[in-house]
Design a protein around this ligand. Structure first.
Ligand code: ASP
Length: 475
């Protein structure tokens, strides 16, 4: 007999079915044992009566919560007054005719069926596979999948293709520290994990793909911050031959349709999504990610918006140098310097002289007071990119060493291009009304970047270190 999902049993009234799952709860009423069995689709009540099949009843007496079993039996309507409107199979029950125990279970470190009990996050993360048994976590991850699936289909229907880019790569500055990976075959050399696929997606534009996206993992070794993850996921997009408006419109369309299709109970505060200049945001709201909701107590309100016209550079006091506000690949906007009509060399000269006066074709995507993405039009002229690096304090030789590949690529026919990268984790947390992005990530890390379940990071064998020619200095 083929196993069916619990949610399907109501279609089989009067018939025999086979279901599998975890014992969610057990109640004994007089001699009768009631089990709520749970699988990925829901809960069903199983009845074991002593007078019917004595052998099976005897086995059923041993059952404890979270044991994994298989039951065959007939689906019957429950007696009048015994229905449970709280579960979708609440009108029926299964009279057990056969029972197989696949696995027993120790007493769990916390209850997974009771949503209300407070469990410390340490324990939840240590036993994440148990924590993920909770209904809410299943829902969060299922919705996350549906959102990503919607994004993929939306972009596919508009001629984008998803292309994977390397994880073992070279540093791409996004303003954070790199995670580095030692190379065994090139001793003394290191890969960097990508802070984003930024350079690869631009190189794909030089390669002529024109419309790229990727559900991309990014890695940033940042100091502990309560609600950030060292690795996170973003919807990475890049397009050739576009203006800023094309990218913002595409983003707006994607998110509007996504909400309409998947979360019809939610309302979007304002459409088209408002576009506010950085200057106005700072003046009016004193922040570059204003919360534009009309009613902050309404959990189903989504106030999307774009903040545009960021400055190109900001002064880094601690380092005593200019840094790119977004990243160095962002295209400076020379229009406010007297227009594109001026020769490029003069604009570059002016940028080097007065970096603070230059705006950029950069935009942030905001939602309910959070930055949920950012992007820019890119510099595709090598001489501008070199000048930007110089403003940031890189020496000419360094620029060649670090970014020579990109500068060279731009000499072989680079189209104007730009993109955006909305984050998935924060967006999901807002949609699911979770205060913390860890609630929408299957296996998140703690604030100090530890995986409590796998116990990572961990020490490695002497032999591995030797192969890598790495010595650890104590203190
Ligand atoms: N690479 C940027 C980021 O991760 C996004 C972009 O400019 O497309 O923030």
């Amino acid at each position: 007999m083929k196993r069916i999902l619990i949610e399907e049993i109501t279609k089989y009234i009067g018939e025999k079915v086979k279901i599998c799952g975890w014992v969610d709860s057990r109640r004994d009423h007089g001699k009768i044992i009631f089990i709520d069995l749970r699988d990925v689709s829901g809960l069903a009540q199983i009845v074991f009566a002593p007078n019917q099949r004595a052998e099976i009843y005897k086995v059923a007496q041993k059952l404890r919560t979270e044991w994994v079993i298989e039951v065959t039996g007939r689906v019957d309507r429950r007696p009048k007054g015994m229905e449970n409107p709280k579960i979708t199979t609440g009108k029926v029950e299964i009279g057990a005719e056969n029972l197989t125990i696949f696995s027993e279970a120790k007493t769990l470190p916390f209850e997974t069926s009771d949503e209300r009990k407070e469990v410390s996050e340490e324990i939840r993360l240590k036993y994440r596979y148990l924590d993920l048994r909770r209904k809410k976590m299943k829902e969060n991850l299922t919705w996350r999948y549906k959102v990503i699936d919607f994004m993929r289909n939306f972009l596919k229907n508009r001629g984008f293709i998803e292309i994977e880019t390397p994880i073992l790569t070279k540093s791409t500055p996004e303003g954070a520290r790199d995670f580095i990976v030692p190379s065994r075959l090139q001793p003394g050399k290191f890969y960097a994990l990508p802070q984003s696929p930024q350079q690869y997606k631009q190189l794909l534009m030089v390669a002529g793909f024109e419309k790229y996206f990727q559900i991309a993992r990014c890695f940033r070794d940042e100091d502990p911050r309560a609600d950030r993850q060292a690795e996170f996921t973003q919807l990475d997009i890049e397009m050739a031959f576009v203006e800023q408006d094309d990218i913002l419109s595409l983003t707006e369309e994607l998110y509007s349709e996504l909400v309409k299709e998947l979360f019809p109970q939610k309302t979007i505060t304002q459409k088209p999504f408002p576009r506010i200049s950085f200057e106005e945001a700072m003046e009016r709201y004193k922040t570059d990610k204003p919360d534009l909701r009309r009613d902050k107590s309404n959990p189903d309100e989504l106030a999307f918006g774009f903040v545009v016209n960021f400055p190109m550079f900001e002064w880094r006091k601690e380092e005593g140098r200019w840094d790119a506000v977004h990243h160095p690949f962002t295209r400076p906007n020379f229009e406010n310097l007297g227009g594109q009509a001026r020769p490029l060399s003069e604009n570059i000269k002016e940028m080097k002289k007065n970096p603070d006066k230059i705006l950029a074709f950069q935009y942030d995507f905001i939602l309910n007071g959070f930055e949920i993405g950012g992007g820019s039009l890119r510099t595709y002229k090598p001489e501008i990119l070199e000048a930007v690096f110089e403003v940031m304090g890189h020496k000419k030789e360094d620029i060649q060493k670090k970014f020579g590949h990109l500068l060279k690529a731009f000499e072989y026919g680079a189209p104007p291009h730009g993109g955006i990268a909305p984050g998935i984790d924060r967006f999901m947390a807002i949609l699911m009304q979770e205060p913390n992005i860890r609630e929408v990530i299957a296996f998140p890390k703690t604030g100090d970047n530890r995986d409590l379940m796998m116990e990572a990071p961990s020490e490695v064998d002497e032999k591995q270190l030797k192969e890598l020619r790495i010595g650890i200095t104590k203190n």
